[in-house]
Design a protein around this ligand. Sequence first.
Ligand code: F3S
Length: 61
Amino acid sequence: MKASVSEECIGCGMCEGICPDVFEVGDDGLAHVIVDEVSADVEDDAKQAAEDCPVEAITIE
Ligand code: F3S
């Protein structure tokens, strides 16, 4: 499974709070995916982050 963050991100930080193994808010104030592949044990958290992102900037596939 892969995750990505679009330019819609407003840097609210929710995703990092829910799933810090996958998402990190960088110095640019925007979230970045810090893994190539989302590991099975954090898939649910990554999906939750995508659901909870207020601007739906996260895609999981
Ligand atoms: Fe950005 Fe959404 Fe995360 S706005 S910081 S991708 S929760």
